[in-house]
Design a protein around this ligand. Structure first.
Ligand code: AMP
Ligand code: MG
Length: 403
């Protein structure tokens, strides 16, 4: 028997993909339009917040030194409201009516809560002795001019964008979103929502890929389902070439109907085919003209796991982020047998016990056609090639799956 050729390792495959894809150029966009975009540069505050000492409560601005004993009557000399500062200076035995967010007037060092006073015309009786600085938000206590507000590579969410806007930015430098074309191959596929006829199944891979790609900060261009015919594939690739990355699902293996591998081989654009990984052995990487392409095996879990590792790495590189997945660690809840030459990614339940220890338990069945265990999994246990049998309690690397 001829020995089987060695398979490319997951790390080498990742390395080739990361080297072959380029980081997208950057553009300035409005903060209103920046949700889900990735920052192309650090952002420093243009403003301080609060811009001056402001009141945290509704009440009276006073000077604590005028109130060594209470109750005490003070004369109310004016009002300071948010957007309408009081311009005078507070003197002995005087108070200024103040509201949340209003500038603290000169001469005041504390706010007395409205509830701790009695008001009668221009006179307010202070019932509680204030501590210096109470209920005052100091200028710059949130952030000061020049502070780092957001770091290059951050994916912008609502919280970060609110902070960026309040620190004086109306636009942000972001990487242009890469457009990722998705092609699903398979004569058996019908669209979600339609009733499959005999021999047909619902295509779920392009839906999964669309959502994953979007959540990674790229723009998904779903070109739909293609028949297993060479000319259909050629047409689809022609349409997809304008994208920044092409992802296919299905047709990656050696069967008669697996056109993607054949097409890539014949076009001369193939960089590698088949890697030491389970699920996902028939992974394809190459180029269609100048556009990088990743051919994912069609089994839904193979598509899913390969996309979360390889498509994600490509997109993260394009967006100027660290492309490599970061494993966490867990202890095995049940033993695992010896591994063969492929790196395994085992769907697992993961939980943290009362002592804070993280435990992982692989599902009994790991068939790559079983989408339900993929949806139910909290993470993937990584088993390197030829890993020896592992007892319960053995620490293992895991990739946590986002919920
Ligand atoms: P293939 O890689 O084309 O040989 O497909 C492997 C398995 O995955 C077959 O059982 C296909 O029916 C299934 N499959 C392929 N494409 C999809 C898809 N888009 N959605 C769900 N299952 C698929
Ligand atoms: Mg197929």
């Amino acid at each position: 028997m001829t020995p089987r050729p060695p398979l490319l390792s997951v790390d080498d495959a990742l390395d080739q993909i990361i080297k072959a894809v380029s980081t997208m150029p950057s553009e300035r966009i409005a903060v209103e339009a920046a949700l889900g975009h990735v920052l192309a540069a650090d952002i420093n505050a243009n403003l301080s917040h609060p811009p001056a000492d402001v009141s945290a409560m509704d009440g009276y601005a006073v000077h604590s030194s005028h109130l060594s004993s209470t109750p005490k009557k003070l004369t109310v000399i004016g009002e300071s409201a948010a957007g309408h500062p009081f311009n005078g200076v507070l003197g002995a035995d005087q108070a200024v009516r103040i509201f949340t967010g209003a500038y603290v007037p000169q001469g005041a060092d504390a706010i007395v809560l409205q509830e701790d006073t009695n008001r009668d015309g221009d006179v307010v009786t202070i019932l509680e002795q204030p501590k210096p600085e109470q209920f005052i938000r100091k200028a710059g206590q949130d952030f000061s001019h020049g502070d780092l507000i957001a770091s290059k590579g951050a994916t912008l969410d609502a919280r970060r964008l609110a902070l960026i806007a309040s620190s004086g930015h109306g636009t942000v430098p972001t990487h242009c979103k890469p457009v990722v074309a998705i092609i699903s191959t398979g004569d058996e596929l019908v669209r979600p929502g339609s009733t499959p006829k005999d021999g047909q199944i619902v295509s779920s891979n392009d839906l999964f890929l669309t959502h994953l790609i979007t959540s990674l900060g790229a723009t998904a261009m779903n070109l739909g389902q293609m028949a297993d015919q060479d000319d259909a594939l050629t047409k689809a690739f022609d349409q997809a070439k304008s994208a920044d990355l092409i992802v296919t699902s299905g047709g990656a293996s050696v069967g008669n109907h697996d056109g993607v591998a054949r097409h890539m081989n014949e076009s001369g654009g193939l960089a590698f085919w088949r890697i030491a990984m389970r699920p996902g052995k028939p992974l394809i990487f190459g180029q269609i003209d100048q556009t990088p392409m990743l051919g994912l095996p069609g089994n839904p879990v193979s598509t899913g796991v390969c996309a979360m590792i390889f498509v994600a790495a490509a997109i993260r590189k394009m967006l100027g982020q660290d492309p490599l997945p970061k494993p966490s660690h867990a202890k095995l809840l049940a033993p695992l047998g010896e591994n063969d030459r492929r790196q395994d990614y085992l769907r697992a339940r993961i939980h943290v016990d009362d002592q804070g220890q993280t435990w992982a338990e692989a599902f009994n069945k790991q068939d790559s056609g079983m989408l339900k265990t993929f949806a139910d999994a909290d993470g993937l246990i990584i088993r390197p090639p030829h890993a020896p049998p592992a007892e319960a309690g053995t620490p293992v690397p895991v990739l946590l799956l986002p919920r």
